[in-house]
Design a protein. Structure first.
Ligand SMILES: [Zn+2]
Length: 159
């Protein structure tokens, strides 16, 4: 978790994610990526370091993803959480990468799921936002169109 001073050392770019103002960088922002990696190396504890670097690497290797920093209050302090986000239907969504299967044909693969706690935690309208996320048009299996075992707004079809 970062403080605003730390976030601003990495990126000053702002976008909106479900109406919330978030700081942002994507794989075209080479300087921000370098600053993020430097920050991770020199300031972060092991567990956070691993999680954040994993998200940055994933973003660099897949189109349409970004790292966003969402603010939330914790014990009266505002902290900023680095999240992986994906652009879908004209908005940014916080996602988690999950391994899923198709309930119809058994296809297995990786997807980005937007109905996750990280997407709503700390929001004033936590429940409403989660309900909104559940109303997104989710993708079906890339093989048969069947229902996947989790909610997908991106499917890894590279291999
Ligand atoms: Zn299928």
């Amino acid at each position: 978790m970062l403080r605003i001073e730390d976030v601003e050392k990495i990126t000053k770019h702002v976008v909106y994610c479900g109406g919330q103002k978030v700081f942002f960088f994507d794989k075209n922002m080479k300087e921000e990526i370098i600053r993020a990696k430097d920050y991770i190396r020199s300031n972060m504890k092991k567990a956070t370091k691993h999680l954040f670097s994993h998200r940055v690497n994933f973003m660099e290797n897949h189109d349409g993803f970004a790292i966003i920093f969402r603010s939330l209050s914790w014990r009266k302090t505002e902290i900023w959480m680095p999240c992986l986000a994906f652009y879908y239907h004209n908005d940014w969504f916080v996602v988690s990468i999950q391994n899923v299967y198709c309930k119809e044909c058994g296809w297995k693969g990786q997807i980005a799921c937007p109905t996750v706690e990280d997407a709503v935690i700390g929001l004033k309208n936590e429940k409403e936002r989660m309900n909104e996320l559940y109303r997104l048009p989710f993708l079906g299996c890339p093989e048969c169109g069947g229902k996947l075992s989790s909610n997908a707004i991106w499917i890894d079809t590279e291999d």
